[in-house]
Write a protein that binds this ligand. Structure first.
Ligand SMILES: NC(=O)c1ccc[n+]([C@@H]2O[C@H](COP(=O)([O-])OP(=O)(O)OC[C@H]3O[C@@H](n4cnc5c(N)ncnc54)[C@H](O)[C@@H]3O)[C@@H](O)[C@H]2O)c1
Ligand SMILES: [Zn+2]
Ligand SMILES: [Zn+2]
Length: 401
């Protein structure tokens, strides 16, 4: 049986701001082709608005069009394909934005976040099982963002794009674990491997960065320095356990952090998606320290490192994709930490939004006035909430910082 689903479709990149006026995201009724043998049909209950969606909308991350957006979310399984044996109808799942096949050389090496089958599927905008399951009103295919496309009432995804989770937590909160939590906490605990007593500096305090900060706290870091352009985000960071904060516009930022940490931090983590943040992170890392970056500043962007400084300083510079997570191990682990109060992820959710408010939601993310807004495709009443974004994280981002 084919299903109809309301979904958020992007048909053009780089439309002008504000999106409240240009309205690049169109809400369309699409047809959903039923799951193949290795696929799953999911009712999406909550889906986070992440900067990576914004970077597709504004054109800084290239993507094939048209595409259904969304890559961070959670929902309930409605149907499983004939070859799926370990997920069943009624299960709660969180999507993982980098799916894995379990068979390729990177999956076999214990690095499912680098799955080759996923990268191939990501490139053509389909599922790892090969197909594109959305059709528009003209019966033309509409791609799936990273095989998830969860800005939709219903989605078909490959088995390897979901993790079964406990049904003890609301799906609007579970939504954040598939991207912000895995990326931010994972960058700190998996990629950089922060140890008790060490010093950490986090650059960028959006949904991903504040998860990184929580990860540093849970790891027992003694000094946790939080850096952002927005003072309101610095305040939030203090509430969540930062020991020191700095505004990234401070001309003496690097010297001040080095002075504070006796020459530099053990771990400098770039979670802003901005080259100046990457440069500052590299500069504040101590000799022998680690520089980890999960920010995505845009296709084709690069930064340079002084060769001699890298050698003499023996700095370790490392990329981090999906927090170097093994999702079936890490999502349940991070959910347990959330339930124990050690990872207060719900503190990042500053509102539920409906399909009709998605364009405005991305304006707020661009302006820095929202942290993690959660789309409720079936409406706020479906999750017992009200669609309202808290205002009050002021100040616009300066393009040249
Ligand atoms: N590697 C991955 O697997 C992965 C996964 C998800 C998101 N991302 C990327 O992580 C980044 C953060 O995502 P988010 O959703 O938290 O974004 P966000 O927009 O919510 O937060 C980004 C924050 O960085 C701050 N910032 C900008 N320039 C800065 C600078 N020079 N110094 C310090 N702070 C600065 C902004 O003020 C903002 O608070 C994005 O680039 C996103 O694409 C990567
Ligand atoms: Zn994301
Ligand atoms: Zn694989």
């Amino acid at each position: 049986m084919t299903l109809k689903t309301k979904a958020a479709v992007l048909r053009a990149l780089g439309e002008p701001l504000p999106y409240a006026q240009s309205r690049p995201i169109k809400i369309e009724e699409l047809t959903l082709i039923p799951p193949g043998p290795m696929d799953i049909l999911v009712k999406v209950v909550g889906a986070g608005l992440c900067h990576s969606d914004l970077s597709v909308i504004n054109g800084s991350l290239g993507r094939g069009l048209p595409v259904v957006l969304g890559h961070e979310g959670a929902g309930e399984v409605l149907e499983v394909g004939s070859a799926v044996t370990d997920v069943k109808k009624g299960d709660h799942i969180a999507f993982q934005f980098a799916g894995n096949c379990g068979r390729c050389k990177n999956c076999q090496a214990g690095k499912p976040q680098l799955c080759e089958a996923f990268m191939a599927a990501r490139a053509h905008g389909g599922l790892m099982s090969g197909g594109i399951h959305f059709r528009d009103a003209n019966d033309e295919p509409v791609k799936h963002m990273v095989g998830v496309a969860c800005f939709s009432e219903y989605v078909v995804v490959h088995r390897g794009s979901v993790v079964v989770i406990t049904d003890e937590l609301p799906l609007t909160e579970a939504a954040l674990f598939g991207c912000a939590v895995m990326t931010g906490v994972g960058a700190v605990v998996n990629t950089s491997q922060v140890k008790p007593g060490e010093s950490v500096a986090i650059f960028g305090l959006g949904g991903v960065g504040l998860c990184g900060l929580m990860g540093a706290k849970v790891s027992g870091a003694e000094t946790i320095i939080a850096v952002d352009l927005e003072d309101a985000k610095l305040k939030k960071a203090m509430e969540l356990g930062a020991t020191h904060t700095f505004n990234a516009r401070d001309p003496d930022l690097v010297e001040k952090i080095k002075d504070l940490t006796d020459g530099g931090v053990d771990h400098a983590i770039e979670l802003a998606g901005a080259i100046p943040a990457m440069e500052a992170a590299y500069a504040v890392a101590t000799r022998g320290g680690k520089v980890v970056t999960a920010g995505l500043s845009g296709t084709g962007k690069s930064f340079s490192i002084n060769h001699g400084d890298l050698v003499l300083g023996e700095k370790h510079v490392c990329g981090s994709y999906m927090g170097s997570c093994v999702p079936m191990r890490d999502i349940p682990r991070f959910i347990k930490l959330y339930q124990s109060g050690a990872l207060p992820v719900d503190a990042l959710i500053d509102g539920l939004v409906t399909f009709d408010e998605l364009n405005e939601g991305f304006d707020r993310l661009h302006n820095g006035t929202a942290l993690r807004q959660v789309l409720v495709p079936h409406g706020p009443a479906s999750v017992g909430g009200s669609a309202k974004v808290q205002e009050g994280v002021p100040a616009a981002r300066s393009a040249d910082v």
